[in-house]
Write a protein that binds this ligand. Structure first.
Ligand SMILES: [Zn+2]
Ligand SMILES: [Zn+2]
Length: 311
């Protein structure tokens, strides 16, 4: 401020009618300079504006703190509700017990397997179309409850899951170019209020910097009748149910399909085929959770029952 004042004073010193600093500079330099020259007044204005701004920010921060305190989104564990005295979403106890998918996994589908084999028996029997699938959690225990919550209004969980999915992306799907989400029909989005896969994809895009390409995929018809079908019938039913609306964008790109849960993999396979048809390079699948075969056997006798449990 003092340097500015000095230079203005120097300018005004040479003029005849130096009634006030403001007027002098106005004569010399015009309106814009005058604005800057009235440092005394402007300084006060600036100070008060600054103060007002600070107050406003302070009140906002205080409001947010109260909101967090009472709504508990940040200060309590998103899993058990216990107080969390850090910026983590889970308390220490939950972090210790949540089924992170960090044990032996199938190199292809990423599902948990009992022993260190390169590829699981399921993939061996029926090789998936995608290049590689990875998931942050195993679909069991508290994660089953959290995924259900995520699909029934708990959209804030997208941010929580995405952080862990991003770690998979960062460490294993390094050559990915862009992200797409498993699409829902318009009616589906309308009834749920959102597409959970799209919420995840947007969060992962923000974390990774990889572009999320909305509207690249379209679900051409409702396939919810899937639940009552056998595996073979389901694959038939899905044929042609996904369409690549923007084919040119997909050409030679390594694309990550984002979804909430990997169950049978039929949906991912159908989308993968559609993307390959549009000239995509590698196709990956990234999900919040995946269902290991043994869990499927435990939870339900048939895949049909299992899908019913999920939806
Ligand atoms: Zn907890
Ligand atoms: Zn596998």
């Amino acid at each position: 401020m003092s340097g500015k004042r000095k230079s203005i004073e120097n300018k005004s010193a040479g003029t005849e009618n130096a009634g006030s600093e403001c007027e002098t500079v106005r004569a010399d330099k015009g309106g814009a300079e005058k604005e800057r020259a009235c440092f005394g007044k402007e300084g006060a204005d600036e100070g008060s504006a600054d103060f007002k701004k600070k107050m406003k920010n302070g009140i906002k921060a205080l409001g947010k703190a109260f909101e967090n305190l009472f709504c508990g989104e940040k200060l309590t564990c998103v899993c058990c509700g216990a107080d969390v005295f850090s910026d983590k979403d889970f308390c220490e106890d939950c972090l210790e017990h949540l089924p992170f998918n960090t044990g032996y996994i199938c190199g292809k589908c990423g599902r948990a397997i009992a022993e260190d084999y390169p590829i699981c028996a399921e993939c061996k029997a029926d090789m998936p179309s995608y290049d590689m699938a990875r998931s942050a959690f195993r679909y069991e225990g508290e994660i089953v409850r959290l995924i259900k919550k995520f699909k029934t209004g708990g959209r804030y969980l997208a941010r929580v899951f995405a952080q862990y999915m991003y770690l998979n992306l960062f460490s294993e799907l390094k050559d990915a170019d862009c992200i797409v989400a498993v699409p829902m029909t318009k009616e589906g989005v309308k009834s749920r209020g959102y597409n959970q896969s799209e919420l995840l994809a947007k969060e992962i895009s923000a974390l990774s910097g990889l572009p999320f390409l909305p509207d690249v995929l379209e679900k051409t018809r409702d396939t919810t009748a899937q639940k009552t079908l056998t595996r073979k019938e389901r694959q038939e039913n899905l044929k042609g149910s996904f369409r690549v609306a923007k084919r040119r964008i997909c050409r030679d790109k390594n694309i990550v399909i984002v979804d909430d849960v990997l169950t049978t993999g039929s949906t991912a396979n159908a989308i993968c085929r559609a993307l390959r048809g549009a000239g995509a390079g590698k196709v990956y699948l990234l999900t919040a959770a995946s269902v290991a075969k043994r869990e499927r056997d435990k939870t339900a006798e048939t895949e049909k029952d299992y899908e019913n449990l999920l939806n």
